[in-house]
Design a protein around this ligand. Structure first.
Ligand code: AMP
Ligand code: MG
Length: 465
């Protein structure tokens, strides 16, 4: 089978990328292939399972028609500007059916700096599970097409088994892509980027201001959706914020168990910059960096460009708040609710009593006792229930479409990774299967709903780089 590659990114000006081939590995094997996604892309899943398919997914063969490359970008990493970053361990093969097909962990690129361009198995499985769970929950995200075991060791704190991940994305354009050109004063590339991003993501958009407005709307809604499932991205640097509005980069991300608005997991986020409750503010900060980068494209008169950008950026809080209230109102089954207090007082109660974020909302649709059992002190929870009941007739079917029963709980993801290191992928396959239907009850997998016991709690996550 010939894969129908397009190379629209490779046809952009040379400033956008460096051509580079994946580095072969000695003994790759397939852990899993996303057959459904393959079909959606028009790829025969059997082909991906073939010897030729494995060679492509492991970087051992370049498919006909692909023009592999590493993308250039800059980033604000923890508020510190790095003018040159780029794909250090990811290689874009090209696009199929309009989607980027990228190998992560396929060897060094001109942007690898001191890195080896490789991935350990742990981060590969984590990204596979979490990005596919996000997709099943209906949250915009990059997808997972395949996970490969490289058969080689990578050196992290200690030697670990290596893996290669095939990521599918609407594009890999980031805020950092615009910053890369802005930092160099390369206005021609910036203009090409605006046109290209608009073509791929916002066909009705005509200019840089339209691009900015569209990205603001998508990001505001995306972060509201993250908040609605207790998701903490963990590393919201500007290279990890996509212009398409998809969730991208599942490094140290995690779902919260017990509710704590200041929760963070990432071991490198010492100050809690990217904690749960900071996410909307950080998104707006990142979008301000995008606006800055786009200024010369927004208007030739800088004063005017600033004014126009500000007008767009100022809309972010309202867009976010509206989306957030809508989601949380659905979570309590009152889709027409305009009463932020009712939502906020439940969240306050959950924070106070460290109740499990996922279980509280899911159990609310199951009745009074299941709901109350999430709270140590049930008097204030009863009081809240009375207010909720007085607010209107809750729609349980609405609730069950936005309150997942199953999330990729950290202790379960860790369990998967521990087993995989020993060569057992059955735990991975099982968890993956459960997470494909996050809103279904699946009584046979009840254990996967449970909050971790004290000795199962995962306190920190690592980038694995
Ligand atoms: P991330 O934290 O995944 O957003 O990565 C930040 C930067 O570090 C990106 O430019 C990556 O390409 C680069 N990077 C991360 N891990 C590696 C690695 N193992 N080898 C080379 N570059 C890496
Ligand atoms: Mg990144």
């Amino acid at each position: 089978m010939k894969l129908p590659f397009q190379n629209t990114y490779a046809n952009l000006p040379a400033s956008f990328f460096e051509s580079v081939h994946p580095t072969p590995v000695i003994q790759p094997s397939i852990i899993t292939v996303n057959e459904e996604l393959a079909r959606e892309l028009g790829i025969d899943p059997d082909f991906l399972h073939s010897e030729e398919g494995l060679a492509i997914l492991s970087g051992n063969a370049i498919p006909d028609g692909a023009e592999p490359l590493a993308m250039a970008y800059a980033s604000h990493q923890f508020a510190h500007f790095v003018p040159q970053l780029g794909d250090g361990r990811a290689i874009l093969l090209g696009e199929i059916s309009g989607k980027d097909i990228q190998l992560k962990g396929a060897g060094p690129t001109p942007y690898s700096r001191r890195g080896d361009g490789r991935s350990a198995l742990g981060p590969v499985l984590r990204e596979y599970l979490v990005s596919e769970a996000m997709s099943a929950m209906g949250i915009p995200t990059t997808r997972a097409l395949a996970a490969i075991s490289s058969g080689e060791l990578v050196l992290r704190e200690k030697p670990e088994k290596g893996g290669i991940f095939t990521r599918v994305a609407s594009s890999h354009l980031r805020i950092g892509t615009a910053q890369f050109f802005a930092a160099r004063g390369d206005l021609e590339s910036l203009r090409a980027l605006v046109d290209y991003a608009n073509q791929r993501h916002y066909p009705d958009a005509k200019n840089a201001r339209d691009l900015l407005r569209n990205v603001i709307v998508r990001q505001a809604k995306l972060v509201a959706q993250w908040m609605g499932v207790g998701f903490i991205h963990g590393v919201m640097n500007t290279d990890n914020m996509s212009l398409s509005g998809e969730t991208i980069d599942y490094g140290p991300c995690a779902f919260m168990d017990r509710f704590n608005p200041a929760q963070k997991f990432s071991s490198i986020d010492r100050q809690g910059r990217y904690a749960y409750q900071n996410q909307p503010g950080i998104a707006q900060w990142n979008l301000t960096r995008l606006a800055e980068a786009l200024l010369p494209q927004i208007d030739k008169d800088q004063e005017k460009a600033i004014e126009l950008s500000k007008a767009e950026l100022e809309k972010f809080p309202a867009i976010f708040e509206t989306a957030h209230l809508e989601i949380f109102s659905k979570k309590i089954g009152l889709p027409e609710n305009k009463n932020r207090d009712l939502v906020q007082s439940l969240l306050d109660l959950m924070a106070e009593q460290k109740a499990d974020f996922t279980l509280v909302f899911r159990s609310l649709g199951r009745g009074e006792q299941p709901f109350l059992s999430n709270f140590n002190d049930d008097a204030p929870a009863r009081e809240w229930l009375e207010r909720w009941e007085a607010a209107g007739q809750a729609d349980v079917s609405v609730m069950n479409r936005v309150n997942p029963a199953f999330i990729p709980r950290n202790h379960r993801v860790e369990e998967v990774i521990e087993d995989a290191k020993k060569g057992d992928f059955s735990t991975f396959m099982k968890l993956h299967r459960v997470l494909q239907q996050p809103y279904q009850e699946q009584p046979e997998f009840e254990d996967y709903q449970k909050t971790p016991t004290p000795d199962e709690v995962v306190c920190a996550t690592f980038c694995g780089t």
